[in-house]
Design a protein around this ligand. Structure first.
Ligand code: KIV
Length: 334
């Protein structure tokens, strides 16, 4: 796709969607365009808050979770609008966590949000894909994450199939994730086909993180993992997905394995932040599977992941050391 060209949904036969409901995120005028005075005011406010909490752009929280919220503007720990409004100001960072110990470490790193992803299926539960992961699994892992009292938004992943039975079932599943699991928001894989139901969820008070591009839950249907948007038609279809999710009220959208030029243009053209995974540096933020970046994995790590350490190697060395010490009667020492 040539530089400077806009992606549009022209030619895909999509009708423009009706206007935003009263529950939607702020429209395009909020932090975009030439309103530099407003942008500067926002930046100054964030800088001020940073000096209090030490986490870039995170409002008024200390890493000590026992401290009280200082802002009189917030009645919830961390809201989805704290994330949406970082678009254009600084990159947004998300990481996965599935239990209390991991969640504590991830939260203390200063991320904007934790995703209790269905990647728990492939990373911790030994499945080959995310398809076997059930709603009960995500409820239990979200509860575990919330028990560590993280200082950031906790998003729970809606498992395979749950969005497609009926709106009532979808709402019921989201209610379980929020009421039993304690999730602050729900991630739903899928684009334009789910936009009407997502709009109703948002109107009910369920904050939704969209997910377009590669949808790992469709792996059995699409036959494998690949890049999306390399052909013009697919890039236009991604644009339609993104714009319908924006209009449905998603507070941000994950864009997985989208051709990087297309992802950059999408990020420029939509209001919610586009959080990339394997979609290049032009996105508004990045999310990764934590075990991948830590080098703690049973399977292959995607090529776009930069390893920040080799936990497999470190753990193996430590465990071998223990076994050897016991066999050589070096442990216990007395
Ligand atoms: O389940 C997950 O971890 C995800 C990320 C890869 C975005 O969906």
């Amino acid at each position: 796709m040539p530089d400077g060209e806009k992606i549009t949904s022209e030619g895909d036969g999509m009708k423009p969607r009706k206007s935003a409901s009263r529950f939607k995120q702020p429209r395009r005028s909020s932090f975009r365009g030439n309103d530099s005075k407003k942008k500067n005011q926002v930046k100054a406010k964030i800088k001020n808050e940073e000096s209090e909490c030490g986490i870039p752009g995170l409002k008024t929280f200390s890493s000590d979770s026992s401290k009280k919220v200082k802002s009189d503007l917030l009645s919830v720990k961390c809201s989805v609008s704290d994330i949406s409004k970082q678009k254009g100001l600084r990159p947004i960072v998300g990481l996965t966590a599935y239990d209390a110990i991991m969640s504590r470490a991830v939260s203390n790193s200063g991320v904007d949000f934790i995703l209790v992803g269905d990647s728990v299926g492939t990373t911790l539960l030994g499945h080959a894909t995310t398809i076997p992961v059930r709603l009960d699994d995500i409820v239990r892992h979200t509860q575990a994450v919330q028990r560590s009292n993280p200082n950031c938004l906790v998003v729970a992943d809606l498992p395979f199939g749950e969005a497609s039975y009926s709106f009532d079932r979808l709402l019921e599943s989201c209610c379980r994730l929020m009421q039993e699991g304690g999730a602050d928001a729900i991630k739903v894989e899928g684009g334009k086909d789910l936009a009407d139901d997502i709009e109703k969820l948002v109107a009910t008070g369920v904050p939704v993180l969209g997910h377009i591009g590669l949808l790992p839950q469709t792996v059995k249907a699409i036959g494998g993992y690949r890049k999306y948007g390399t052909e013009r038609e697919e890039a236009e279809s991604l644009y339609t997905d993104a714009i319908t999710l924006e209009e449905a009220g998603c507070f941000a959208i994950v864009g997985e394995m989208i051709e990087s030029k297309v992802a950059t243009k999408l990020a420029e053209q939509i209001l919610p932040p586009l959080i990339g995974i394997g979609s290049g540096s032009g996105c508004d933020g990045q999310i990764l599977v934590t075990t991948d970046l830590l080098g703690w994995s049973n399977g292959a790590i995607p090529s776009f992941v930069k390893p920040y350490c080799d936990l497999n190697g470190m753990i193996s060395k430590a465990l071998h050391g223990f076994v050897e010490d016991v066999r050589k009667k070096k442990f216990p020492s007395t």
